[in-house]
Write a protein that binds this ligand. Structure first.
Ligand code: AMP
Ligand code: ZN
Ligand code: FE
Ligand code: FE
Length: 283
């Protein structure tokens, strides 16, 4: 079977609605061009992409499942949680996205103040990646890009490593939402909750503790990881009988070395999510 005939679904990517550089429509066009059959757009703390993504996917003949990536905390540990196949009309999700917007507004302001104290002057107007597109979720990648554009840092990586990465002098985490609360919101909206990129978390033992919360799946297939890394999380997911998902975490030019479709989930996973989505829509 050629790769093109194989059903591949990229279940993790970002658009201009959060910190991606391509609009939802552009991401879907690219998905079609690279031969993906299914997709879920998982913007940070926003489901705004779906307004244009649902009709565009239909037009392109791409299968699409609602998705989102929420930032949460377990104590001091940052945990990204993917929500899938929830109702796009759910008040629970909409209210929670609004709470995150408020959290980010305050947090970003605090980071800009710290940068100003270090003589790096950035305004809120500087935090726009694509001036023609409304951005619903403004994050540290936007701040990093402004630091590069204004000549304060050489690269986005330098901006994180020197100033705004966790524990660096201009970092602020802002208000926090717990893993429990985030799972509750996803489940209230009828969705399934998946722990994102556990490979990136420092303490694998702690991830196992976090997985004792009512998660539905693990993002096993994720950009750049070795087979050995993937195997570990595959075994953990299987042992706990959790759904095995995958995706690239595509951000466009913000993370230029990650291609859309470079990690994906197989058709069986996609059908589980799709069945779930159809069932919640009937109820
Ligand atoms: P925020 O949610 O606004 O705190 O920003 C977090 C996002 O910044 C993550 O989802 C990553 O995409 C990006 N990020 C975090 N750390 C780094 C880093 N060291 N280098 C580049 N991007 C990073
Ligand atoms: Zn991101
Ligand atoms: Fe993430
Ligand atoms: Fe992501």
């Amino acid at each position: 079977m050629s790769l093109n005939q194989e059903f591949r679904a990229d279940l993790h990517c970002h658009t201009t609605c959060s910190d991606g550089s391509m609009t939802p429509k552009e991401v879907l066009r690219l998905a079609k061009d690279v031969g993906l059959k299914g997709i879920s757009i998982t913007d940070h703390d926003s489901i705004e992409a779906y307004t244009e993504a649902v009709p565009k996917a239909q037009l392109l003949g791409l299968e699409i499942i609602p998705g989102v990536e929420f930032s949460s905390h377990y104590g001091e540990t940052s945990v990204h949680i993917l929500g899938y196949a929830f109702s796009l009309d759910s008040p629970a999700i909409h209210v929670f996205c609004d709470k995150h917007t408020q959290r980010r507004t305050h947090r970003n302001k605090a980071i800009l103040e710290k940068l100003a104290q270090h003589r790096m002057l950035i305004n809120e107007e500087d935090l726009v990646i694509n001036p023609n597109e409304p951005t619903h979720t403004i994050g540290r990648p936007h701040i990093a890009q402004a630091l590069v554009r204004k000549g304060y840092c050489r690269t986005i990586r330098d901006a994180f490593n020197e100033y705004i990465g966790e524990g660096k002098p201009c970092f602020e985490s802002g208000a926090r939402f717990s893993v429990e609360e985030t799972l509750q919101v996803i489940h209230d909206a009828g969705g399934l909750a998946v722990i994102a990129h556990p490979h990136l978390m420092d303490d694998a033992k702690e991830v196992e503790t976090i997985l004792d919360f009512p998660f539905d799946g693990v993002e096993v297939f994720y950009a750049r990881f070795t087979e050995r890394d993937t195997k570990k999380w595959l075994e953990i997911a299987e042992k706990r009988n959790l759904l095995i998902t995958g995706g690239s975490d595509f951000h466009g030019s913000i993370k230029p070395n990650i291609a859309l479709g470079s990690s994906w989930a197989p058709e069986s996973t996609f059908r589980v999510l799709q069945k779930h989505y159809e069932a919640i829509q009937r109820n």
